[in-house]
Design a protein. Structure first.
Length: 161
């Protein structure tokens, strides 16, 4: 039930019964009312569970010329088992080690470098956007594997000659 009644103890303290969270992430308000006085409101938040699913964004299936930057950044949405967006999850993007592939253009301590693997945290909406990805000099199709928690996905990409 969404309404509970509690009786004060000898010290005048009333304790509400335990609250069980539902499976929907987000904030909600609980209100305590004492007869003859104003209401006290408490903001509570249900947090998303652990990362369970990873969905690829618009970059899945695109191609670029060898040596060029992909026209769209690789981005994923991470959700828990109930479909809630997971904020702050670490997402691992990994390009192939040989053959067609490429690298992420990242900056470490103010210096630009190329990395085959990068990790990005999801934002409040559960979205992680990888650094720019640059195709290597080998033409052909390949995948960039993505994982967050138990969720897995892959981008199917092509390097054109």
């Amino acid at each position: 039930t969404s309404i509970a009644t509690a009786t004060t103890n000898s010290s005048g303290v009333a304790t509400a019964p335990p609250t069980t969270a539902d499976n929907i992430a987000g904030a909600f308000t609980a209100t305590a009312v004492l007869a003859g006085s104003g209401a006290a409101r408490y903001t509570l938040r249900n947090r998303a569970g652990l990362p369970d699913a990873v969905a690829t964004g618009a970059a899945d299936g695109i191609s670029t010329t060898i040596g060029s930057r992909l026209p769209v950044r690789l981005a994923v949405t991470v959700t828990d088992k109930d479909g809630n967006a997971v904020s702050g999850a670490v997402v691992r993007f990994a390009a192939p080690g040989r053959g067609p592939g490429g690298h992420f253009a990242i900056t470490v301590h103010g210096r630009a470098r190329a990395a085959r693997i990068t990790r990005v945290r999801t934002n409040a909406e559960g979205i992680a956007i990888a650094p720019p990805f640059i195709a290597n000099s080998t033409a052909g199709g390949y995948t960039v594997a993505v994982r967050a928690g138990s969720g897995r996905a892959a981008f199917a990409l092509v390097n054109r000659p």
